[in-house]
Design a protein around this ligand. Structure first.
Ligand code: PHE
Length: 340
C-alpha cells in the first residue's frame, strides 16, 4: 500500500491529479481511512501496533503530498509566467480622465493662499436659523437688507419660526465666535442660496467668508490681508487694489474691494488699466455683532470679508457664463476643468 501510494503521488502530473490521489488515500472514503476503520476488529495489542503503523503511514503520505504539491504549484506558476507575457508597448484602451471642477479648483487655490497667512477652514450648515443668518449679524426682522437677500424660506415650524437656506456664509462668523475663543482666523468656503436666477445669478452659488478676531486687529490688517490675497490669487504682483467705502449691517466701517482691469474691445483683462472691478465686501466687525456672538467688544475687535467664488473663478479663468458651472456638460468640463 505504501509503495503504491508513494508512486501515485510521484506520478501526479498536476494539482488536480494530486488532489485525486489525496482523496483516494486520506479522504473520508480513502484507502488509509477505510483500513483504519477495520482496526476495531483486531485484538487489543495487535490493534495498537497496527494503529501506530497506519498513523505513521498517514503522516508520511501527508508529508509527501505536501512536498509534491509545492513542486507542482511552482511549476504551474512558472508556466503561467512564461505564457502571460505583457506587451508594454501596446497602447491602453482610451479612458476618459476625471477633471477638477473650476469651483473646487478655485476653493483649493484660495484656501492655500489663506492657509499661508495662518487661516484655517471652517464650515457651517446650509439650512440655517434666522438668528445666525440675520439677527445676530445685526439684521433685525424689519431691516431692509432682508429684502435684498431674496431668501429661500422653509415652511414655518410649530413655534412659528422659519429656517432659511443661508443667503451668505456670514452666519458661520457667529457660529465660530460662539464656539471658539479668540484669536480666531478662519475662512469658510461653501454654498449659499438666493432666489434669483438670470444670466449673472444662480439660486445656488458659492462664497468664501473670512473672519479674524483678536485683541488688536485693525483696518490695516484687513487691507494688507486682502491686498495680499488679490495679488496672490490673480498672480499679479502689483495688481492695483482699491478699498471703496460701503455699507453692511454687520461691519463698521465697511468697504468694497475693487481690482484694476481694462476693457478693450469688449475684452476684460485683470491688471493695470483704466477700469475697476468689484470683487468682495469687507469691514471691521460691528461691535454689536461681537456682543451678539458672546465676544466682549471692549476687549476684542476684528474684521470680516466675503466674496463670490464663481465670480473670481470667472475672472481668473475667463469663463464667460455663470450658469455653465452647474450644467454638468462634460465638454465644458474638459475645456475648463483641471487635470488632477
Ligand atoms: N455677507 C456679505 C454678502 O453676502 C459679504 C460680506 C462678508 C461683507 C463679510 C462684509 C463682511 O454680500
Amino acid at each position: 500500500l505504501r509503495d503504491r501510494l508513494m508512486q501515485a503521488v510521484a506520478d501526479a502530473g498536476d494539482l488536480d491529479q494530486l488532489e485525486a490521489v489525496r482523496l483516494a488515500a486520506l479522504g473520508r472514503k480513502g484507502e488509509i481511512t477505510e483500513r483504519m476503520k477495520t482496526l476495531g476488529g483486531l485484538a487489543p495489542d495487535e490493534r495498537r501496533t497496527a494503529g501506530q503503523q497506519f498513523n505513521a503511514l498517514k503522516d508520511e503520505v501527508a508529508a509527501v503530498l505536501e512536498t509534491r504539491r509545492e513542486v507542482l504549484q511552482a511549476e504551474a506558476l512558472g508556466r503561467r509566467l512564461a505564457a502571460d507575457r505583457i506587451d508594454v508597448t501596446l497602447s491602453p484602451r482610451p479612458e476618459s480622465e476625471g477633471r477638477i471642477h473650476p469651483i473646487s479648483q478655485t476653493i483649493d487655490e484660495l484656501t492655500a493662499i489663506f492657509a499661508d497667512m495662518g487661516f484655517s477652514v471652517a464650515e457651517g450648515p446650509h439650512i440655517e436659523e434666522d438668528f445666525y443668518n440675520f439677527t445676530a449679524l445685526n439684521i433685525p426682522p424689519e431691516h431692509p437688507a432682508r429684502q435684498e437677500h431674496d431668501t429661500f424660506y422653509l415652511p414655518p415650524r410649530e413655534d412659528g419660526t422659519r429656517l432659511v437656506l443661508r443667503t451668505h456664509t456670514s452666519p458661520v462668523q457667529i457660529r465660530t465666535m460662539m464656539r471658539d475663543k479668540p484669536p480666531i482666523r478662519i475662512i469658510v468656503p461653501g454654498r449659499t442660496f438666493r432666489c434669483d436666477d438670470d444670466a449673472t445669478h444662480s439660486p445656488m452659488f458659492h462664497q468664501v467668508e473670512g473672519l479674524v478676531v483678536d485683541r488688536a486687529s485693525h483696518m490695516g490688517h484687513l487691507k494688507g490681508c486682502l491686498i495680499e490675497f488679490c495679488r496672490a490669487f490673480f498672480d499679479i504682483d502689483d495688481l492695483p487694489v482699491r478699498f471703496r467705502p460701503s455699507y453692511f449691517p454687520f461691519t463698521e466701517p465697511s468697504a468694497e474691494v475693487d481690482i484694476g482691469c481694462s476693457r478693450e474691445g469688449g475684452q476684460l483683462k485683470i491688471g493695470h488699466g483704466a477700469d475697476w472691478l468689484e470683487i468682495l465686501g469687507c469691514g471691521m466687525i460691528h461691535p454689536k455683532v461681537l456682543a451678539n456672538a458672546g465676544v466682549d467688544p471692549t476687549e476684542y475687535q476684528g474684521f470680516a470679508f466675503g466674496m463670490g467664488i464663481e465670480r473670481i473663478a470667472m475672472l481668473k479663468y475667463g469663463i464667460p457664463d455663470l450658469r455653465t458651472f452647474y450644467e454638468s456638460d462634460l465638454r465644458w468640463l474638459r475645456h475648463y476643468g483641471f487635470v488632477p
